[in-house]
Design a protein around this ligand. Structure first.
Ligand code: TRP
Ligand code: SF4
Length: 327
């Protein structure tokens, strides 16, 4: 039986952190055998936030290298850049005409952007169009499945409505994709806030052992545990939240040690550091290996983009046909 087509993207806003790894990448890696996967760097979508153009080539390259080093496999999956695919832009233009303005204005991320706007930067049309472009991103490949985090569900629901509306006008041309909600633990930043670029509280995939150790040492613990002999409450501690994911086999022992003060925060953090470092070690090794292969990343993207163009051409041909562009 043919595998279902799966499409997903990741914005190129900066370096990847553990939140990306746990929330998205591990899921992508495991989906590769079950689905016909298309994974792309959402470069245009990154522009809805302020980004430094000077950094962009490095950001894009590093993201692709990181994908490869965690196990996204170009033999199995199509890997490409949104910015190389004019087809996304074409379909986005077409779909913008069957998307009521009100749908976009009611989108939660757009409403947040308008509310948070400091009136100096202004909210761009690109921000409003975000869900339309996202719809084009998946519809242009006839995606049947789109893995997304919870935060992206409203976008995907909007995509389905836009596609339904297009099909309502022009016939059953585009596929309505299903959301594949990943059941992932929420990883907090080292300061216990949401892990985010703008808070600079993430643990990078590219962290050196020394850098990683420093980050783990900075993690916020139970604030009530001032002295070494004070008992702690693991449930309010960021370190423990990480242990839940990375040290499931010693969880009871750690919680017990924390509550009875037999385990100090220093040692508790060392255990976590070791776990994280052990996880990152093979990723670092693969990254180093990839970096020795000259031209490899370019090759991966070239071949991915060729395959993506071929898949997109089929859908766009039908779209152009039903819309009367062809003579
Ligand atoms: N909006 C997604 C995010 O912020 C990125 C993205 C862009 C995407 N286009 C997509 C995800 C299409 C899935 C499908 O994470
Ligand atoms: Fe957190 Fe561990 Fe310290 Fe308890 S012992 S407060 S779980 S770091």
């Amino acid at each position: 039986m043919a595998k279902k087509r799966l499409v997903s993207g990741m914005r190129t806003t900066g370096s990847l952190h553990l939140g990306h790894l746990e929330g998205t990448l591990k899921n992508w890696v495991s989906l590769q055998d079950t689905y016909d996967c298309f994974f792309f760097a959402a470069v245009w979508h990154a522009f809805t936030d302020r980004i430094k153009i000077d950094d962009l080539p490095t950001i894009i390259r590093n993201i692709i290298v990181d994908w490869l080093s965690v196990g996204i496999d170009p033999e199995k999956s199509v890997i490409f850049r949104q910015s190389s695919m004019h087809e996304h832009a074409e379909l986005s233009t077409i779909l913008s005409n069957c998307t009521p303005l009100g749908w976009l204005e009611r989108c939660p991320t757009f409403k947040d952007a308008v509310r948070d706007d400091d009136a100096r930067s202004g909210v761009s049309l690109g921000k409003l169009m975000y869900p339309v472009l996202m719809t084009a991103d998946v519809a242009v490949y006839n995606a049947e499945v789109v893995p997304v985090g919870k935060d992206q569900l409203p976008h995907l629901e909007l995509s389905r409505e836009i596609i339904r509306r297009f099909n309502g006008s022009y016939g059953d041309i585009l596929k309505e994709p299903e959301a594949l909600l990943s059941q992932v633990p929420l990883l907090l930043g080292i300061d216990k806030r949401k892990m985010s670029k703008s808070y600079n509280n993430g643990i990078d995939l590219r962290e050196t052992p020394e850098g990683l150790k420093a980050k783990v040492q900075q993690m916020i613990t139970d604030p009530q545990r001032v002295r070494r002999n004070d008992p702690g409450d693991p449930e309010v501690c960021t370190v423990y939240a990480y242990h839940k994911i990375y040290t499931p086999d010693r969880l009871e022992e750690i919680a017990q040690g924390c509550r009875t003060a037999s385990l100090g925060c220093r040692d508790c953090k060392l255990i976590l550091f070791e776990r994280l470092n052990t996880m990152l070690e093979p990723i670092r090794a693969r990254r180093a290996e990839i970096e020795t292969r000259k031209g490899y990343v370019e090759e991966v993207l070239d071949s991915g983009e060729k395959r993506a163009h071929a898949a997109a051409a089929e859908v766009l041909q039908q779209v152009r046909q039903v819309m009367g562009f062809l003579l």
